[in-house]
Write a protein that binds this ligand. Structure first.
Ligand code: ARG
Ligand code: ZN
Length: 487
């Protein structure tokens, strides 16, 4: 399996703009990979003064300056949505439970498009205003730091995806029989008001109503459905914390399969009939893939699993939507292994900033290599060698995986392939036992939380007892093709 299988984004041509952006970031004293967790202030974000009582419009991520917001932390989203695939109209009510982390006379949510018809804070009508992707909410009385509050937003309209900096569609993507709903990195805000940055994870309840004959599939455990007056309402609960970009509410005319694995994980698969024949042999492997990954990476981090196999030829990628990866067509086995590995690396252990995306994609790609190696295919060393043989002019070496430079490069080849090569070098340097202990400890100690590149490299050094500065500097941080393939 190559690092750029058909279900993941095709390797994108990296333009000359990239090195410039990287250089600019570094010149600006930008983040070194082994540096502190804090990201440099985004230009678009006014530095919140100590006396500020309005929440910042962004979480401070330079790749997506307006993603997320400051001043509060969401613990739960309760989303009640009704979708009509014919008219493409969405009606929604989102109830967010949050806690203020500073005094707040006003705060932002991220919401792009759609019409907001009402906002309340703690059941009192609040005033609101739209400004681009920001929904500015002014509660009737200011919120004190530490105060737990509930925001209710009612909204409706025709949701449309956003176009990511790399040109791919992201968010609520209409299909011929429903919608393919994927949100990495920005698309959550196209269908619900959110604190749209992985820094703020929360639990979710979904109540999704669609015309009878359609199925609405979200994350977590399936709680049941009810049909009345020609409509069916599906209820879902994601009880482990989830980043907003991993939420889905995909709608289609699906065939559904449910079962419980030997480990007690509740599996729910939804498959577009047009993809069913091709998907069946691959989906049959899901329990054994999860089992194999559990033996390698530690216990599967969620109580639910499954897959959504849609027929969405224009999308061009799959996404590791939490507990239930979303495929735009029948996946091959490598893609299933990849999206499943993300459940540990990316979903359970989340990014703190988009620059660290190799912690997701490099790891999921390396899981593919390990799977292939242990199932009679080429070894990880052979995968590494084939990539290392590419000339210095190849896009693989366009930028170092620890520093993609901007949001437009987060799904480009160096993140996936050179990210996986970095892990392979680590494995060669510390040996198989220590390498697997590092991966497992990483998944266990940051489970349901966050991790940074600096924390990963520190863990690798601590568990191996080796100085790995040079290795990580060469493979993660240094531009150009490394001069040697020796670890
Ligand atoms: N994380 C996905 C993967 O498994 C890729 C998502 C691509 N998203 C996008 N908007 N292009 O590799
Ligand atoms: Zn991936």
């Amino acid at each position: 399996m190559t690092p750029t299988g058909k279900h993941r984004p095709a390797p994108r041509a990296v333009t000359a703009a990239v090195p410039v952006a990287v250089a600019a970031l570094l010149a600006a004293g930008g983040p070194a990979v082994a540096g502190p967790v804090a990201t440099p202030a985004a230009p678009a974000r006014p530095a919140p003064a100590a006396s500020a009582t309005t929440g910042a419009p962004g979480a401070g991520d330079p790749y997506f300056p307006l993603a997320g917001n400051g001043g509060y932390d969401v613990s739960h989203y309760d989303l009640t949505l009704r979708y009509d695939p014919g008219s493409r109209r969405l009606d929604g009510t989102a109830v967010l439970t949050a806690r203020a982390t500073q005094p707040l006379t006003r705060f932002d949510l991220d919401l792009k498009g759609l019409k907001v018809t009402g906002v309340t804070v703690d059941h009192a009508r609040a005033t609101h205003r739209r400004d681009g992707q920001e929904l500015l909410v002014t509660p009737r009385t200011a919120l004190r730091p530490g105060h737990r509050f509930q925001v209710t937003v009612t909204y409706s309209g025709t949701p449309a995806p956003v176009t990511d900096p790399d040109g791919s569609p992201d968010g609520w993507i209409p299909t011929d029989d429903g919608a393919f709903v994927a949100g990495e990195p920005q698309g959550a805000m196209t269908w619900f008001p959110a604190n749209n940055h992985p820094l703020d994870k929360a639990t979710y309840d979904f109540t999704l109503t669609v015309p009878q004959g359609h199925t609405a599939v979200a994350n977590g455990v399936y709680l049941g459905s009810r049909t009345a007056h020609g409509r069916t309402t599906y209820r879902w609960r994601q009880s482990e914390p989830m980043a907003a970009y991993l939420a889905t509410a995909t709608v289609g005319r699906f065939r559904v399969e449910r079962y419980t694995t030997r480990d007690g994980v509740q599996v729910y698969n939804a498959v577009d009939p047009r993809e069913a024949a091709a998907a069946a042999p691959v989906l049959k492997q899901l329990p054994s893939v999860l089992d194999w990954e559990s033996r390698l990476f530690g216990p599967y981090p969620f109580r639910a699993a499954g897959a959504i196999v849609d027929h969405a030829p224009d999308v061009g990628y799959a996404l590791e939507t939490q507990t239930r990866p979303l495929y735009d067509s029948a996946p091959d086995l490598g893609t299933l292994v990849h999206e499943s590995a993300h459940q540990w690396f990316g979903d359970s252990v989340s990014l703190t900033r988009w620059q660290d995306i190799w912690l997701n994609e490099g790891f999921a790609t390396y899981a593919e290599w390990l799977y292939t190696e242990q199932h009679g295919g080429p070894s990880a060393q052979q995968e590494f060698d084939a990539l290392y043989a590419r000339p210095a002019s190849d896009g693989l070496w366009a930028f170092p995986p620890g520093d993609p430079g901007s949001g437009r490069n987060i799904f480009a080849t160096p993140v996936y392939a050179r990210g996986a090569m970095t892990l392979h070098q680590l494995r060669r340097a510390v040996g198989d036992r220590a390498f697997l202990r590092i991966l497992r400890t990483w998944a266990a100690s940051h489970r349901a939380g966050h991790g940074t590149t600096a924390q990963f490299t520190a863990l690798a050094e601590r568990l191996s007892g080796k100085d790995l500065d040079g290795l990580f500097r060469t493979w993660l941080d240094t531009r150009g093709k490394p001069a040697t393939s020796r670890p």
